[in-house]
Write a protein that binds this ligand. Structure first.
Ligand code: FAD
Length: 384
């Protein structure tokens, strides 16, 4: 249990995982200090839009955060409908009664998830030391420094636009190998990207195809486009405790293997770590109970997604997701179900090692991982 008489409790990393943990501890009266290597909140991101998914649990993610004492002090637009394209460019309208996800911005802009959580933390007297890279931490701490390698990358543009709000996704290996291309527009700003699980070396080619696809199919118009890229780490953690320190968020490997959605895992694991410190609960038991079943299902879903191929994905889209309430259908798919349980042993064997894109040999390669990630990866390794 956390000793209140000691120095402020250190959390390394001011992403959603670290800040969620810090806010819950501070609301319970604990003194906390957060260290982040970047100069400002959200420094890893480019003010691109991301989706805070709302389908993996029955309740609403914002209610879940509120129950833990985390207020939505960031812009969050509920998304209840959109369009999904299959590999033949056929469009399927999807809709749901409750928000499928909340559109948030990631980066240093006012109203971003990162700025909003950082302001909330500061209002609770949490000290956040930006520009403070931690390579080694003695004693107790929570580690939340984000991904350590690139199993998935996303490259795209953030831009201004006169388009109406909307969101579009396309499952086509010619745009995003084994992943998806997406276009998100809200309030005169847009994000277009190819999120790929392989083919990193040809990221420019896939991005060009993604841009021309959305220009052609939905009339995408970009003003002042700025290129951006990022990477994510998918792996099933054996443990989320290293050297006696609790590890949360993407650093622990908490990430959805199907879509690369890690924000809800980051927030939830931050809350679980705080509860374990406050209530003296076993963190290993908490994350295994709350997060492992979802992680297992997401690995099975990734296996099924790859196995299904273009035709199987079209069938799932046209027969299930577009025909029914999309949140309810995705909710069923994201909870353990008979097929996910049946294929789990195969999926675990297939994805035992980090996915690591074999097409990226790190030689003469300009993919986001080769450009930025490897140096950070080495720095991350030193904090262990
Ligand atoms: C382009 C892109 C699109 C994405 N889209 C979505 C989406 O739509 N939905 C979704 O749910 N997820 C999405 N994700 C994934 C999601 O952003 C991450 O899973 C989430 O940010 C993980 O949160 P975290 O707090 O664990 O780590 P991070 O957000 O990475 O935060 C870690 C922090 O630690 C700091 N840090 C690193 N090293 C050190 C060090 N040595 N010392 C001190 N500080 C350090 C970093 O500067 C950073 O601020 C996307 C990711 C990318 C790259």
């Amino acid at each position: 249990m956390l000793d209140t008489n000691r120095e402020p409790f250190p959390i390394i990393g001011a992403g959603p995982a670290g800040l969620a943990c810090a806010i819950v501890l501070a609301r319970a009266g604990r003194s906390v200090v957060v260290h982040d290597r970047r100069k400002q909140p959200g420094g890893r991101f480019h003010n691109d839009f991301q989706g805070l998914e709302n389908w993996s649990t029955q309740s609403d993610i914002l209610h879940e955060l509120a129950e833990a004492g985390i207020d939505p002090t960031f812009n969050h637009a509920p998304v209840r409908q959109g369009a999904v394209f299959d590999a033949w460019s056929a469009a399927y309208a999807i809709k749901s009664e409750d928000p499928l996800y909340y559109l948030v911005r990631r980066g240093d802009a006012n109203g971003s998830l990162d700025q909003g959580l950082a302001s909330q933390a500061r209002a609770l007297n949490i000290e956040i030391r930006f520009g403070d890279k931690v390579n080694e931490k003695m004693g107790p701490a929570v580690l939340a420094i984000g991904p350590r390698t690139a199993d998935v990358i996303a490259v795209g543009y953030v831009f201004e636009t006169d388009m109406a709000d909307g969101n579009w996704i396309c499952f086509d290996n010619k745009l995003a190998p084994l992943g998806y291309a997406y276009l998100l527009v809200s309030g005169g700003r847009g994000t277009v990207a190819s999120c790929m699980f392989t083919g990193f070396k040809n990221q420019r080619y896939f991005l060009e195809r993604t841009v021309s696809f959305f220009e052609r199919r939905v009339g995408m118009r970009m003003s002042n486009p700025e290129p951006f890229g990022g990477y994510g780490n998918l792996r099933l953690p054996r443990t989320a405790i290293q050297g006696g320190k609790l590890v949360i968020g993407e650093q622990a490997g908490f990430q959805d293997s199907l879509a690369g959605f890690g924000m809800t895992y980051a927030l939830r694991s931050g809350i679980l770590a705080a509860r374990s410190l406050l209530e003296g609960l076993d963190y290993a038991q908490l994350w295994r109970q709350e997060l492992l079943p979802l992680l297992h299902t997401s690995i099975s879903n990734r296996y099924l997604f790859n196995l299904a191929g273009d035709r199987g994905r079209r069938w799932a889209l046209s027969r299930h997701i577009a025909k029914n309430d999309a949140k309810k259908t995705l909710h069923r798919l994201y909870r353990p179900w008979w097929l996910s349980r049946a294929v789990l042993p195969l999926a675990l064997r297939r994805y035992k090692a980090p996915l690591k894109d074999k097409s990226c040999d790190h030689v003469n390669c300009a993919c986001v991982w080769c450009e930025h990630g490897m140096a950070e990866g080495k720095a991350h390794a030193q904090t262990q």
